[in-house]
Write a protein that binds this ligand. Structure first.
Ligand SMILES: [Zn+2]
Length: 96
């Protein structure tokens, strides 16, 4: 009967890449290049006359505080989210 393979603690350790950064990363102002909804590139949008996208605002409650986040959206997602919001608002108005 063969002996079981001996393993050490080092064998069981997952190997994860180590990333370091300075505090300057916290204060960088990054130009948004991706749509927050679909992840598509904002520069890759075709100029179809609809526009080049825009921004959306997420608002949610966390405990007693109201969180507001402004995010970039591509033209397709901005239109889809806007139309969906309007249709839901109309449904709520009709239902009372
Ligand atoms: Zn999008």
């Amino acid at each position: 009967m063969a002996e079981p393979e001996k393993r050490t603690a080092a064998d069981a350790e997952p190997t994860a890449p180590c990333v370091t950064a300075t505090h300057e990363v916290l204060f960088q102002v990054l130009e948004a290049t991706r749509c927050d909804a679909c992840g598509g590139g904002l520069q890759d949008q075709p100029d179809d006359g609809v526009g080049s996208g825009g921004r959306g605002t997420y608002i949610w409650l966390r405990g007693d505080s109201v969180e507001v986040e402004n995010v970039p959206l591509c033209a397709s997602c901005a239109a889809a989210i806007g139309i969906t919001a309007l249709s839901r608002w109309e449904i709520e108005e009709e239902e009372g």
